[in-house]
Every structure is written in C-alpha cells, then in structure tokens.
Write a protein that binds this ligand. Structure first.
Ligand code: NAP
Length: 313
C-alpha cells in the first residue's frame, strides 16, 4: 500500500479492461478502504470473484453503489444513461459519480438528468487502452503516464473535481480538464477516426476478390498488421462511440476525405513532391509523440525480434 485511502468505498460498475485495471491499480496503491464491483452477466461476476482482486462482487448496480463515496461506471457508453437512472435513488449524498466513457458530450447528456443534486458528477476519460476486453484483460500499469481527461459540467464543486483528479493521478495518469465538446472533437481525430480507418481497411482487405484471405493473413507483416490490432477492438464499445460522437466524427471525416482526395490526386498525377512533403510533415508528428513519452522510440513499437538478437553460430 503506497498512499492513504482517498475514498472509503469505491464502487466500480463494470469489470472489463478499464474497470479491472482501475481495481488492480487502486488496490496496489491503497486508494480505497474498500473496492466493490458488479458486472452485467453472472459469468463475469463469477470470474471476478475467482480473481479475488476486489473486496466484494455484488449482484446488481443498485446494491453496488450503496454507501460508496466514489462510483465509476466502467461500461459501454450506450449503457451509461439507463444505469445512471437505475442507481440514482441509491447514491450516497456527497458521493463523486464518474465514468470512463470514450465520448463525453453524450455521457453528460444521458447521465446528468438522472443524478440527484446531492452528488457530484465528474465525467472522466482515461485515454489508455488495449484491444482486449473482459475481466482478465486489465492490468495495474495501464494508466501510468497516460492522460485522463475530466469534463466536469459547469458549476461542479471544485473539491469533488480535485478528489477525482487525485485518484487518477495516484493511478499514474496525467490529468487534464476540458469541456465535453472539446474532448469529443480532439478524440474524434486522435482516436475515433483512426479506429474507423482501421475497421475500414481490414474490412476492405477481407472482401478483396483478387487477394485471398489467407494471403492477407500470411503477408500482414507490413502496415496492415498494425491496423488489425486496432480493428480487433471491442465491437460493442466502438459501435457506441460512433453513435455517441456522430457530429464530431462526421466533421473530422469530411476533412479526412478532402485530404485523401489530395493524396489520391498526387498519386494519379505522379506528383512525388506533394507526396514527399506530406510524408515529411506526418513523420514530425510521430517524432512529437515519442518525444512527449506517449510511445516508445524503439523500432516496430518495441516488438521483440529474438531471431535478430541471436548471434549467428
Ligand atoms: P469491457 O472490457 O467490454 O468491459 C465492460 C464491462 O461492463 C463488463 O464487465 C460488462 O459486464 C459491464 N457492463 C456492460 N453493460 C453493463 C450494465 N448495463 N450494467 C453493469 N455492467 C455492465 O469494456 P472496457 O474496454 O473496459 O470499456 C468500458 C468503457 O471504457 C467504455 O465506455 C469505453 O468507451 C471506455 N474506454 C475503453 C477503452 C479501451 O481501450 N477499451 C479506453 C478508454 C475508455 P459483462 O462482462 O457481464 O458483459
């Protein structure tokens, strides 16, 4: 245990990649006297009991939030409104209510009307994840050095925002605050559009008539392989993200399509200079990401290549 508990009882609704990672990290850091959780299915609840990470696994959302000082919804974006309505009468006055949804405008729209005035609603989005999901996929280090964006509605008690900021900082995250609208615009280009492109390109490859599926898999060592990792992300989560962040994604998609047309034109005309200039600019973005510590500088994302490391006999 590294820190004094910041909350007495933390309730995590949903125990998948994000809920499971919060539970593991919060336990490791001693951030709560007690952590309780629940999940949608009996199967997941049984698995979480087996894992033995949290203090209690409860059978319903209402039971889970009873007496909790911090409640975090770690469930798909589309489920947050109905769950907020369900738990509202059971929330402890003064509790901080949060979520981890990848879209924030829709979360505020769907959750805020149900929550009583006696609680503090501070939506959050940890910008950290993998393509895995479910109760076994989480790990305590997931949030270290990643951003967590808080989007408190206007008039939220600053003390409640500070408490949640402290919680995420103790999980290892760098915390920033912005409006839900700005969050959705930024994430549309940095996360949602890349996922859409990955889903598109992998789908296109699968449907190609001239190249067989086995060839796509066999020769996937190039850029395609990295798209397949993103395109393996959870279908429920990403369906909800695109439905919930429709406006911002469509806006970014419009700009993207214009840029794609420019590159298409450059290829058609054999305009090497235009291609070279464009690729030089994008290379600088990658350098910036590495320099700010958001990714490793190691070649091929640091994937191990043991066969190269081995000296020839
Ligand atoms: P996940 O691994 O699929 O886990 C989702 C959890 O929510 C499961 O435990 C599921 O229970 C539970 N659940 C679903 N509907 C519920 C309901 N109505 N009541 C109670 N529990 C319910 O998903 P995740 O990747 O952790 O994503 C959760 C949230 O985090 C999403 O809003 C997503 O936008 C956000 N997020 C994800 C990532 C990422 O990379 N994955 C990154 C940042 C933020 P069952 O297992 O029983 O169905």
């Amino acid at each position: 245990m590294n820190a004094a508990p910041l909350f007495k009882r933390v309730a995590l609704i949903g125990f998948g990649l994000i809920g499971g990672s919060i539970a593991r990290a919060a336990k490791l850091q001693g951030l709560a006297s007690e952590i309780v959780t629940t999940a949608h299915s009996e199967k997941t609840r049984a698995r979480v009991k087996e894992l033995g990470i949290v203090d209690a696994v409860l059978d319903g959302n209402a039971a889970a939030v009873e007496g909790a000082d911090l409640v975090i919804l770690c469930i798909p974006v589309g489920a947050c409104g109905p769950v907020a309505r369900e738990i509202a009468p059971h929330l402890k006055p003064g509790a901080v209510i949060s979520d981890v949804g990848s879209v924030k405008g829709a979360i505020v729209r769907d959750m805020a009307p149900h929550l009583p005035k006696s609680v503090h609603f501070v939506p959050a989005h940890p910008v950290a994840g993998t393509e895995h999901s479910g109760p076994d996929s989480g790990f305590a280090e997931l949030f270290i050095n990643r951003w967590c964006i808080l989007t408190p509605p206007e008039g939220t008690d600053p003390h409640a925002v500070e408490r949640l900021r402290g919680f995420w900082a103790a999980l290892g995250a760098r915390v920033e605050t912005m409006t839900p609208e700005h969050h959705d615009l930024v994430l549309a280009i940095t996360s949602h559009l890349p996922h859409l492109i990955a889903y598109t390109i992998v789908g296109t490859a699968e449907e190609l008539a001239q190249v067989t599926e086995s060839e796509v898999i066999k020769f996937s060592a190039g850029g395609f392989r990295d798209f397949t990792r993103i395109a393996a992300s959870d279908p429920t989560m990403w369906r909800d993200v695109f439905l919930a962040n429709k406006e911002a994604v469509l806006e970014m998609l419009g700009t993207f399509n214009e840029d794609l047309s420019k590159l298409t034109r450059a290829i058609r005309r054999g305009d090497g200079e235009a291609l070279f200039d464009h690729f030089t600019r994008t290379r600088a973005i990658r350098r910036g990401i590495v320099e700010t510590g958001q990714d490793s500088a190691a070649p091929d994302f640091g994937r191990p290549h043991p066969q190269l490391a081995k000296k020839p006999d």
